[in-house]
Design a protein around this ligand. Structure first.
Ligand code: IMP
Length: 425
């Protein structure tokens, strides 16, 4: 397998966990490059469901090595909990997982500030964050006041933590939120340092040594292109770079060593949290998709907003990420629909556009332009070969690929590993 970056092409929740799991079979090293425990990658192995927030899902494949890269923001307490959960399931983690000494720490005050910031925002301004402290941690990183995984095991950590907690407490008090106890946090993180010390490593060296040794690397993104802090629907985005460019800055692997980009995209669209969503279905049809697709957040349990496939988003993702191969997911969710709609362009102030406006106000005014295709009204989850799919189902998927560019590599027709039709991936 060539060194591969895997990205989400929509607003997250495209089914990346499952596709990563399938591709991991061919990889030696699986590396997560951005985001934090706001992500929830769901993988079903032999009927057993695992939801991973920080640890790459490669851990579910015996013998594979996993890395949490420098671009990820790591809540040490959430990481310890996840390692314990995996060990309880009989999965060996120590010796197979390392976490970058350069990765920024999500500390209790980041979670508190995330929630307090959201509570202080008025209606229409709330982002609908996952409350996992992501924004405040990346804010500290950029402001150069953050603490990193490597700092956690240094002698002066308690002191540096105390200074940051004091500053955070001022901000929390100003927002009318409860402040935090420094001594308690110092104790909690001293214990966390002991538990995590064996996992902390210079992962720039780990990743590049693996590459020099000819090992195959899978770089896994979390969230999706439309939540990217640069390319997404700003400010209704996350605070990191889920797009393929983030894979290099988030791991230290050179762009010249990335050989392939795989995009994961759902056969319809969903979004969690606030922000514009032109093809959203606010009626019974949206509720129907939500129920059939079990569209509830893996991290927060929130109902996902559902809508038709948006080819403008898909094409934009193809451009920004340079997707070579697409993994389309959840085709089976559409099995019972007699007619399917595809958004091929937007109408903005009386003009037809096929590119993504940067301005939030303009994007909010965009009206989807649809074309329709007939549904197939047959079950697809039992199909094991692409050729055996109903003609209308193939026509739908092929139309989507033609509209967004790139090639079809995987088509997923159900949640388990076995419901994956592979066409050159
Ligand atoms: P944050 O990443 O928690 O700051 O949330 C910012 C926005 O990104 C919110 O709209 C969240 O719902 C969304 N978001 C964050 N992580 C995910 C994810 O893994 N899947 C889908 N949406 C996400």
């Amino acid at each position: 397998m060539p060194n591969t970056v895997l990205i989400g092409a929509q607003w997250g929740d495209e089914g990346k966990g499952k596709v990563i799991d399938v591709l991991t079979a061919q990889a030696d090293l699986v590396v997560r490059y951005q985001g934090g425990s706001n992500a929830g990658h769901t993988v079903i192995v032999a009927g057993h469901k695992y939801v991973l927030h920080l640890v790459p899902s490669g851990i579910l494949h015996p013998g594979k090595q996993c890395v949490i890269g420098n671009g990820v923001v790591v809540d040490p307490l959430a990481l310890i909990e996840e390692i314990r959960m995996l060990e309880k399931e009989g999965i060996v983690v120590q010796g197979r997982l390392c976490v970058s000494d350069r990765a920024h720490l999500v500390l209790r005050y980041h979670n508190a500030l995330d929630k307090a910031d959201e509570a202080a925002r008025s209606d229409g301004k709330r982002i609908g964050t996952t409350g996992r402290g992501i924004g405040p941690t990346y804010r500290d990183k950029v402001c150069r006041t953050g603490l990193r995984m490597g700092d956690l095991v240094e002698r002066d950590f308690p002191e540096r933590l105390a200074a940051n907690v004091a500053a955070a407490n001022q901000a929390l008090a100003a927002l009318g939120a409860a402040t935090l106890d420094v001594a308690e946090l110092q104790k909690i993180y001293a214990e966390a340092a002991c538990a995590l010390a064996p996992y902390i490593a210079d992962t720039v060296e780990v990743v590049n040594a693996a590459d020099r040794a000819g090992q195959q690397i899978l770089l896994e993104g979390a969230q999706g292109t439309m939540l990217d802090v640069d390319f997404g629907t700003y400010p209704f985005v996350t605070s990191s770079s889920p797009t393929s460019g983030g894979a290099c800055t988030g791991t230290g692997l050179s762009p010249r060593r990335v050989e392939r980009v795989v995009g994961v995209i759902k056969c319809y669209t969903t979004r969690v949290g606030e922000g514009p969503f032109p093809t959203e279905l606010l009626d019974a049809a949206g509720e129907d998709l939500r129920q059939r697709g079990a569209e509830f957040g893996a991290t927060t349990g929130r109902p996902r907003r559902c809508g038709w496939f948006d080819a403008v988003v898909g094409r934009y993702s193809q451009t920004v990420n340079g997707v070579d191969l697409w993994a389309f997911t959840k085709l089976d969710v559409l099995d019972s629909l007699p007619v399917l709609r595809i958004c091929t362009a937007y109408e903005l102030d009386g003009k037809r556009i096929t590119t993504m406006p940067a301005s939030l106000a303009a994007f909010q005014r965009c009206k989807p332009v649809y074309e329709e295709m007939p549904g197939w009204l047959q079950k697809t989850s039992q199909v094991t070969r692409y050729e055996d799919l109903p003609v209308a189902a193939r026509a739908y998927v092929e139309r989507l690929v033609a509209l967004i560019g790139g090639k079809l590599g995987i088509l997923s027709v159900g949640p388990g590993r076995e419901t994956t039709l592979r066409l050159g991936l």
